[in-house]
Design a binder for this molecule. Sequence first.
Ligand code: NAD
Length: 656
Amino acid sequence: MAQPQMPAMTNWRFEVDFERIAWLTIDTPNAPVNTLSRLAMTELETVLLRVEDLIASGEVVGLVIQSAKESGFIAGADVSEFDQMSDPSVLPEVLKRAHQVMDRIEAMKAPVIAAIHGFALGGGLELALACHYRIAVNDEKTRVGFPEVNLGIFPGFGGTGRSIRQAGPVEAMQAMLTGRMIKASAARRMGLVDKLVRHRDSLHWEARKAVLGKKKSTPAPLIERILAWGPIRGQIANKMRAEAGKKARKEHYPAPYALIDLFEKHGDDWRAMVDGEAAGFVPLMATETARNLRRVFFLSESLKKQGLRGKEKPSFARVHVIGAGVMGGDIAAWCALRGLGVTLQDLDMARIQPALDRAKSLFKKRLKDRTAVASAMARLEADPTGKGLARADVIIEAVVEKLEIKQKIFAEAEAKAKVDAILATNTSSIELERIASALKDPSRLIGLHFFNPVPSLPLVEVIRSTYNVDADVAKGASFALAIGKSPVLVKSAPGFLVNRVLMPYMLGAVERVERGESKELLDAAAVAFGMPMGPIELMDTVGLDVGASVAHELGHAVPESSTFARLIAEKKLGRKSGEGFYKWVDGKVQKGELPAHGNLAALGRELVQPMVDMTETVVAEGVVANADLADIGVIFGTGFAPFLGGPMNARKEGKA
Ligand code: NAD
C-alpha cells in the first residue's frame, strides 16, 4: 500500500500497515543499542506531528513504538551528548522539548503502544511510560529501570511523575533511587508494564491487538497513591533520606536527595512532579559528581571493547578449574552461572563438595527459578581426576599459593590441554614468569586474577608476563568479558594493580592503630572521604593472614611485636574467624564508640593519600597502560570513590 510521506530520518522507520496501524521502529545508526540522541528526539517530534494529522484524517488508527535492535528497546538518552548538554544555557530547552514530545505521545487521539524487548532504560522507559499501554517480552533479557542515579542525575524526560503514576510512590521512588534493573515480570507486578508476552515473535501480534482493542493502562491503585498524600509524604521522604544516607552522602551524591526533595514537594500530583523535574535536574547535570560518574561510565564501557574481535573472537564453552577452595570454587560457580560447562578439580571429592554447596546457594539466589538452578548445577561437574582438562577451552588454576605445586599443575595441564586452550593462573603474588618457566611454551600462561568474593566483584586483572604477546592477553580479556566481568590488563609485577595500591593504604591505617589511634575513627574518616569501607574493617574482611602475606610479598614488614602479628598468631584473622581488629557476630562487624573529630573527610583524605601516590607510581612504571585504566581498575577493585572519577582524576582535580 502507499505509505504516507515522511521526511528522511536516520533513527526511525515509519510504516502504516493494511489495518492502518502505524509502526514506528527505532534503529540508532552504527550502534549496538538504541539511544535517544538529540537528533532522535527531533526526528521523533517530526513523526509525531505527522501521526497527529494521519489520525485526524483517519488514515492511522493507532501507533506502535518498537525497536529493530536485537539488544532491546532503548538504552536511554545518549550519554555522549551529556557534557555538551549540561550547559545550563542549553539544557532547559532540551528538557522542555523532550517533555513536549512525551506529552504529545500521551495526548495522541488514538492508542499508542510501547512494544518492549530487551533493555528499556532511562529515557527509553520514560518514552514507554508516556505511551498508553506497555507490552514486554517476559524473558531473561528484558529489563526496565532508571539507571540515572548512577550518572549523578534522576529521570528528566517526565519519568519521575509518570513512574509514580503507574507504579505508586514507594515502588517508583525505590526504582529511581536504586537504579536497579527490573525484570519484566516484576515490572508487570509494579505496574510499569501492562502485559507480558512469552516471545519476541508474539510482540507484534499483541501490539496489534492492543491498538485495535484501544488498550489503556490503569494508574497505580488508590491504596498505593495515598502514601504520597498529606503529611505521610513528608514522613516517607524522611525515611527515604535516611535510607539514602546509609548508602551515599549528599555532598558526594546529591541526585537521590534532590529526587527525594522533588517527591516531598510534588509526590501527590504526577503532573506537578513532571513540571518540577527540570528545576531539580538542571543543576545536577553540571555537578562534578555527574561529570565524574560519566567518566566512570565511559571508562567501564571502554573495558567492554577490549578482547579479540571479528573472525578472531574466540568462543568459550568449557572451563576447567583446578583448586576448589575459596577462589577456585567461586570462579567455577560463576562460570556455570554464566552458562558455561565447568569441571572442577581438587585433590578429592571431600574438598570439592563444599564448593558445590556454595554454588547451589549462589544459583538459588541469582536464578530463583528451580529449573534454571538445576541446569546450572548440571553444568558444574566435580572432577577429582581431571578428565575435563583435555576438553576445556579455558583452564584456570586456583590452588594454594605454592610455586612448585603450580608449576607441576601447569606442566601436566599443558601436555593434556587443547592447543588453543587458555592456561591461566589466579595467583595473587607469584611472578607469572616463574610459573610459566615450567611450561614447554611459557607464552601459553597468562594470569586471570579474580577478587574475593567473585560473584560481587566485577574486576578481573588480566596479567601479562614477559613471554606473552598482545593476542594472549586479548584472549584472556575476551574470556573475562564472556563471563560478564570487567578486564583490566596489567603487567606481571608484585601485587599487580589492586593489591599494590591497597596495601600502603591498609597498612598505613594499621600502623596508626598500633600507635593508639581509634580504628573506628579511621574507618569512619575513610568512609567520609568516599571509600565504601574503612581500611581496618577491610583488613578484617580480607583476612589478616591474607593481608599479611600480600604485605610480605610486597616487601612491607609486619613486626613480630605488632598487634597485627599478635592477632594472626592468636588466629584472630578477622571476619572469617569471628575476631580480628574488630569482633564479628554473624558476619556483622561490632564497632565501639566513634570519638569526636573536627574534620573526618580531611582525615580520610590523609588516609587515602598512600593509595593515590601508589596508583601514580604504578602508572609511571607502566604496570597499567595509562591513568584512565588505573582509575577504572582501582574503582572496580577497591570501590575508590566513583564520584571523584578515580585516584588519578581526583589528584588531577586537587581532590586527593
Ligand atoms: P584455598 O586454600 O581456599 O584453596 C586452595 C585449594 O587448592 C584447596 O582446596 C586445595 O585442596 C587445593 N589444592 C592444593 N593442591 C592441589 C592440587 N595439586 N590439585 C588440585 N587442588 C589442589 O585458597 P584460595 O584462597 O582459594 O586461593 C587460591 C589461589 O587464588 C591462590 O593462588 C591465591 O593467591 C589466589 N587468590 C586468592 C584470593 C583470596 O582472597 N583468597 C584472591 C585472589 C587470588
